[in-house]
Design a protein around this ligand. Structure first.
Ligand code: FAD
Length: 573
């Protein structure tokens, strides 16, 4: 075996979304002498979902709002499954982070005429608390964060893909990460005292999905393979209205924003009839999970539009009004050849966010010393459902905390020797498809996305989930047998796709097992055969890990450390 090029650093950050970039800046601020490296699958500042944030950032700032109120909305939105310490950390640190974004990093957010920050309404919240910059909030946040990272001499490994978490020789700690330089196709070992997992989850295994194409649940798959525990994996959030622009375009699945329904837009089925009144008295203004299930039911009942979704209608609100109020959405639809202001546009529910992820603590440490986690790779903050606006707050709040914690840890640690058996075994496994004849990878991807959509999607039954389990098992075997052929390693999209699929299948299996195990319906997880939510007092979350080749799952009781179901921490005034 040839020697592997090795890089040494004090802190290695995997991913450059809100979590990764904030971690880098905080670690540098805490200790400028540390050698900090950000490794990212795409280009720093140009990839991941934080850049795609439209709506905004939840924080209790305005008079009359409070951290306690934000906390209660988060816990109730999460159907009492959140880890309350994590949820409290989120809401109580959100203000500090938004002030840093504005005052230290230079973000411009929209303001009221009196100069205070404008905060808009988002579903599921009892107060208007979503800070935004028009409907391009993520671009503002990521651009400012990236500029500051560039200015501080933080090392960058761009188009470097994390492949495997590598233990220390004694197996007790993390010692480094095996990376693949995607430009050259060569492996590199990065030894580090602290590693942050911030690769951002992302349910891209579903036929319709919103997250960026660079996300394939790599962090979650690596964590599973390293023996770590994931929680709440059955909780996948669907946004009800993704654009249905037909097959073969990445515009399909992208979000048509919630504000359209809020402003009075109608949803129609394929027979051009409004249907939401059959499902909820709030009609189109019902919450995301209810609207997604309703559209799904219409589709399953054979009342779908020609491309298999529903229609959104805005024209009754006045085309000029629609063009003025929803300029961005009108333009997005026009890009795909649709006239939102005058005509019907086809939409479909789209997989948006994974509430589940790696078990972690409020200082961002994990069960493996040396490994830290933040952002969408983590589980426990949102419970069974995430409030719109709590996603980017989560990644930036915990990213900053992780930076502080890692700086402290790295200052007193030395580099550990990597377990080279793990390194060689992983290289062998990842090079295996290069030594096999090219197979039909697209067919595996299509089968995966259909299986997750049909059998592990918005509405689930034991029967569908067991069918999903079998399909995933078969797809994993097929993938391991087919290769990508003896191709060039440089910029090999096909090889990357093979690795993406392997991780997506691994994480899909975890979602499926967790969904089989939860025999009730909470938040984003809906079982047709168990439609009741179960006792709130006896709430449990699912915890899953890999033991040998099999996934092992257990239900763990939720600890109501701050507030119990039926109670509130709000003080009546
Ligand atoms: C269309 C859309 C709109 C949204 N709107 C909102 C909103 O209005 N408000 C809100 O709160 N939330 C919103 N969200 C959710 C929000 O974007 C996420 O919750 C959050 O920003 C995730 O941040 P992150 O840092 O964890 O991950 P990301 O920002 O997704 O970053 C992940 C990073 O990891 C990198 N990466 C992935 N795999 C690897 C690997 N193997 N090796 C190295 N690097 C890797 C990626 O390239 C990327 O740089 C939205 C999401 C989408 C998709």
């Amino acid at each position: 075996m040839n020697t592997i090029p090795t890089i040494e650093t004090d802190i290695l950050i995997l991913g450059s979304g809100g979590a990764g970039l904030f971690a880098a800046l905080h670690a540098h601020q805490a200790n400028p002498n540390l050698h900090i490296t950000i490794a990212v699958k795409g280009l720093l500042g140009k990839c991941g979902c934080t850049r795609m944030v439209q709506g905004g950032y939840n924080v209790a700032l305005a008079e009359g709002d409070s951290v306690e109120r934000h906390f209660m909305d988060t816990i109730e939105g999460g159907k009492w499954l959140s880890d309350q310490e994590l949820a409290w950390t989120l809401v109580s640190k959100a203000e500090e982070r938004i002030r840093e974004l504005e005052n230290e990093l230079g973000c411009f957010f929209d303001r009221n005429p009196d100069g205070t920050i404008h905060q808009k309404a988002f579903a599921g919240q009892t107060f208007d608390r979503t800070v935004h910059k028009g409907d391009l909030t993520g671009i503002e946040i990521i651009n400012r964060l990236a500029e500051q990272v560039w200015a501080r001499g933080i090392h960058r490994l761009e188009e470097y893909r994390a492949i495997e978490l590598i233990h220390s020789k004694d197996g007790k700690s993390l010692a480094g990460v095996l990376m693949l330089d995607m430009q050259t196709g060569q492996f590199t070992l990065v030894r580090s005292k602290a590693v942050l997992l911030a690769t951002g989850g992302g349910p891209t295994m579903y036929k319709y999905h919103t997250p960026s194409g660079d996300k394939s649940c790599d962090g979650l798959a690596m964590a599973l393979r390293a023996g770590l525990t994931l929680r709440d994996m059955e909780m996948v959030q669907f946004h009800p209205t993704g654009l249905l622009a037909g097959p073969g375009t990445r515009m399909t699945g992208t979000v048509i924003e919630e504000g359209l329904r809020g402003a009075g837009g109608y949803l129609l089925n394929g027979n051009r009839e409004r249907f939401m009144n059959h499902y909820d008295s709030r009609n189109e203004r019902a919450t995301r999970d209810i609207v997604s299930r309703a559209i799904n039911s219409e589709i399953r009942a054979g009342r779908a539009t020609p491309n298999g979704g529903a229609y959104i209608q805005m024209s009754h609100l006045g085309p000029q009004n629609v063009r003025e109020q929803f300029k961005g959405m009108v333009e997005r639809c026009a890009d795909s050849g649709f006239d939102l202001a005058n005509d019907l546009v086809e939409v479909v529910p789209t997989a948006h966010y994974m509430m589940g992820g790696l078990v972690f603590k409020s200082d961002c440490s994990t069960d493996l010393p040396g490994l830290y986690a933040a952002g969408e790779d983590t589980g426990g903050v949102h419970g069974a459902n995430r409030l719109g606006g709590n996603g980017v707050a989560n990644s930036t709040v915990f990213g900053g905390i992780a930076g502080d914690t890692m700086a402290h840890w790295a200052a007193k640690q030395s580099l550990l020797e990597c377990n080279m058996d793990e390194v060689h075994a992983s290289i062998q496994a990842h090079e295996a498809p290069l030594n096999k004849a090219a197979g039909d990878i697209e067919a595996v991807r299509d089968a995966l996305s259909e299986c997750m959509w049909d059998d592990v999607g918005i509405s689930r039954t034991k029967e569908s989930l067991l069918r999903g389990r079998n399909t995933l098992h078969r797809l994993e075997e097929v993938l391991l047998q087919i290769g990508v052929g003896d191709i060039q390693r440089e910029y090999s999209v096909t090889w990357q796709d093979w690795m993406n699929l392997q991780n997506l299948i691994q994480v899909s299996k975890a979602i499926t097992e967790a969904a089989i195990s939860r025999e009730n319906s909470r938040g984003s997880h809906y079982r047709e055969d168990f439609p009741e939510p179960g006792s709130m007092e006896d709430s449990y979350y699912t915890a899953i890990n890999l033991q040998g080749q099999s996934l092992s799952i257990e239900n763990r009781s939720v600890q109501f450390t701050l507030v119990k179901p039926g109670e509130t921490i709000l003080v009546e005034t």
